[in-house]
Design a protein around this ligand. Sequence first.
Ligand SMILES: [Zn+2]
Length: 454
Amino acid sequence: VAFLLFPQATDRYPLPERVFIQPWGGRIRRGPSDDTMRVVDGLDKAPYDPPLSTPPYRGPVAPPAEPGPGGGFDHLPLGSRQFMQAHLFGCTRLSLNVWEAYLGRAVRWFDAETYPTLELTPLVNWPNAQSGPGFLEMGIVENEQGQLRPYCLNLDVVAHEVGHAMLFSQLGVPAPGRLSAQFLAFHEGIADIGTLLTALQFDSVVEIVLEETGGNLYARNEVNRIAELSSSEQIRIADNTVTMQDVAAISLAADGTWRDAAGLDRNAHGLAEPLTGALFDFFVDLFQDGLVSRGLIPPDGDARGWTRQEVDRSIARLDAAFRWNLRRFEPAFRSAVRDARDGVGLCIGAALEFLDADDFSFDAFAGAMVRVAGPLVGHRARNALIEDFTWRGIKPAHAPLRTEPLPARPRYVASAPLVVQLRAAACCMPGRPAPHGSGLELDRIIRKEHRAPS
Ligand SMILES: [Zn+2]
């Protein structure tokens, strides 16, 4: 079903792209709506505050978006309320499709008995966004240039909220007295990683990331540009060097408020940083592994012996080598990004099955990730994952044994893209075989311990 979506809410994407979204939630009808979610565009609506106020919304609503002659929603004028309705629906369905692909099954809302369909509100009078029982609603903010930016037009913000809803559906909520600081931080971290996995479904985003980093996702601080693509302050992805020791001062008081003994006023988002950092490192590991297996860079030498000075001297040369190769073999670089994205997503989707909301810890999640990683992404990548967690001070705990083998996980994303872009067909370079012994000068891969200071 055709939609017009902004892949990212920044000036790099002044116009929305026409994309086709798989109707995994049933036929997409006026609203838009399907069997799992519906847009209800309340006028002058205040944000819900459960349990004081909850869906369904019963006030006045704007006229709903009607599908065009082909059944799509790509005909609505930019700037109309109906465009915003369709944009919110498209982003929500897309990011849910992404998680469903990685989970290998449909997401059933946590509170489906009370709220069988999720109510989507494009615009509430509030400079924030939230998801809660039966709803997902988007506010509006003014940016530094004084422009009003509705969050319903920001894929990252929508995907973040969908990540929360997905996690509640998979893990539920902890029993009274069992809520931990790390459970809340995990929610924020996975919601943020979900925005990365969703944005990277767009070929245009993959292209820009590669272009801006020259294909070397660890070069200098250029990898941070993945985060810079997101103008929303909600998004803290993901390249950081924060360890558990750095966040040891953050705690959750019995009354549910966050305390930061270091006086930095941090909360769940701060506590999540070592986790998102480790997952981002894993993404880069998989990407670099993919480049090696495509013959684009030689296998990792013993980079750990490098001193910071040696790395600094090498970086210019490494940058040049990556850029030279990226220009020649861009399709292979792009497929390496997509494989890395799917590797991270599939591992998270499989690991969630081992987790218990009542007994949650980063260590338990890391243990589950390590447990599923071997069959899904190979043992070399699994070992890199262990190193990624350990470096952050997260110790993979022994995950409980499964009684059944891991379900076969169809590669939805590779066989049937979640986003099909019209422009992708026009911009694809003809595929070229990966070179072997390409005479590449690059001899080592930069390890995260040796990133140049930003
Ligand atoms: Zn959040």
